[in-house]
Structures are given as structure tokens and as C-alpha cells.
Design a protein around this ligand. Structure first.
Ligand SMILES: [Zn+2]
Length: 178
């Protein structure tokens, strides 16, 4: 089932909650399972309390949230903070997509805590994924970076790319237009 983005909290439908957690640019994973999604129970057990959170949406009838841990939060035993890109190919595609969305929303949330027009603390809009300034009404949305994906094929062969930090080959070349 594909991940469904939502912007509203539905309290009566939220349980059980699932969490994707970040500390800075690193995603939290459980060392022994390579697991990036944690339940409320696991959060309590590991004494992890996000300092900021955003609702992401639903996947397989579960509600997902992204949370940011304090920068000085030490990793509990059995927990690693991992570079998100290194998870590519290590977790199912739907979870990698969800983790990417989580990182994007969290970064936007972190950098839009105050109005760019008048400096007043912003609030989450309740009817869309956006921040609104209660003083001047300025609305800010998560940035969208348009991109295209291409496969370069010649004589029944495909161009592959390999990065220094990645052992395998990518079969997709991509260009981001900003
Ligand atoms: Zn303002």
C-alpha cells in the first residue's frame, strides 16, 4: 500500500502511532534490526522524546509522525543515527519514501518557526501543510524541488552510475532543477 500524505490530525484514528526520528540530518535506526520506524511503546522504552513533531500521514492503516530529537540527545543503547541516503536499498521502497518525506517536512518545520515577514512565531495551518503567521497572515509551504528522472539507453544497454560511498550501481541518473 502506498503512503498517503495527510495534513490533519485525526485523534480517534491515530493509534497505533508510528514514528520516524531524526537528530539533525541523521535518522534513528535500531541497530539490531535496521528498523527506522518506531512505535509509541518503543519510544517510551528508549526514553526518546521529540522536541518537535509533524504528522506525516498514513501507511497500512497506521498514522505516522516525524519527530526531531534534541541536538545533545545521546543515542540510547542499541540505537544508531544514520545518514538517510545510506538507507537506499537497505529498507523497503515505501519506507524509504516515507523517511525522505519525513526529513523534508522536518527540515521545513525547523526552518519556518518564525514569520519571514514580521518575525512572529508561526503556527501550523489546520487545513493544509503550511505555516501561517498569526500577526500578518503570511503563509509558507514546504519547498518543492521539481525533478526529472531519466534512463539513458543505447544499443540495448543502460547507463549506470556508481558513487564512491556506495558499493552497488544505480540504474537511474537524475537531475534536480532548483
Ligand atoms: Zn508575520
Amino acid at each position: 500500500m502506498l503512503f498517503e500524505t495527510e495534513f490533519n490530525y485525526h485523534d480517534e484514528e491515530c493509534a497505533p502511532q508510528c514514528w520516524v526520528l531524526f537528530k539533525g540530518d541523521k535518522i534513528l535506526t535500531l541497530e539490531n534490526k535496521g528498523q527506522v520506524v518506531l512505535s509509541d511503546v518503543e519510544l517510551d522504552k528508549l526514553k526518546l522524546k521529540p522536541v518537535r513533531q509533524q504528522y506525516l500521514g498514513r501507511l497500512n492503516d497506521r498514522s505516522y509522525y516525524v519527530g526531531e530529537l534534541a541536538a545533545d540527545k545521546a543515542a540510547p543503547e542499541g540505537v544508531l543515527f544514520y545518514d538517510l541516503r545510506r538507507l537506499l536499498g537497505q529498507v523497503p521502497d515505501d519506507l524509504f519514501s516515507l523517511a525522505g518525506k519525513a526529513y523534508h517536512l522536518l527540515h521545513w518545520d525547523r526552518t519556518h518557526q518564525y514569520c519571514g515577514g514580521c518575525g512572529v512565531p508561526t503556527e501550523n495551518k489546520i487545513d493544509e501543510v503550511a505555516k501561517i503567521c498569526p500577526a500578518c497572515g503570511l503563509i509558507k509551504y514546504p519547498r518543492i524541488s521539481p525533478a526529472i528522472i531519466v534512463a539513458i539507453i543505447k544499443d540495448n544497454q543502460i547507463l549506470l552510475a556508481q558513487g564512491r560511498q556506495f558499493r552497488g550501481y544505480f540504474y537511474i541518473a537524475y537531475i534536480t532543477i532548483s
